[in-house]
Design a protein. Sequence first.
Length: 237
Amino acid sequence: MTVAAAYAQLGAAQKGRGRGAPAYSLYVNRPVGRVIAAGAYAVGLTPNQVTAVSAGLTFTGIVLLATVPPSLLLGVVVWLLLAAGYAWDSADGQVARLRGGGSLAGEWLDHVVDAAKLVSLHVAVAVGAFRFFDAPVAWILVPLGFAIVATVAFFGMILNDLLRARAGVAQAAEAGGSSPLRSILGLPVDYGVWCLSFVLWGAPPVFVVVYSMLALTALVHLVAALPVWFRRMKHLG
């Protein structure tokens, strides 16, 4: 199958829009992932191989944060690596759909890589800031706290889908959809926006402010979401 044919076939096999899906993930990352998926499928890559490429790009960027002194160039490179890794992460499921459906092992691998990158990214920020920033040592608690928030939010969303499926309830992407306004409001908690923030890595005082605001927004979002998720699970029994 050609890249063009694979791309066209994916147009009829896209996942539904998750309720409140953030704008970057919905309008930028998924379309880019569709192009990557079409190319990957055309050259014979498997979904797990696509996941491996995603992991390689992402963790290269993460290691650079912790080991290389900050600069404007480094910030752009890290952003590009993280953003590319995110796009390839979107592509693995799309390749699976082109191949007729994914496997449980592939889904497991995808989620494990996602969980690892969410923790590692913020830990790398803490390490890089401790080594290279002229910021108060106490600020290191911000990325460490961000790692906790991101992990709990990710696990909560995965568990929501798992328990809803066990109860025979339609997934959010099937039951709701996302309005443009909700998508825009979700931008501060969008992983793609977190990646973009690293273009400021070479200007530590600015990065510290922007990153702290993203961390606070993620915390507020999680605190607001947890009671809602709990009530939904309680309603399911």
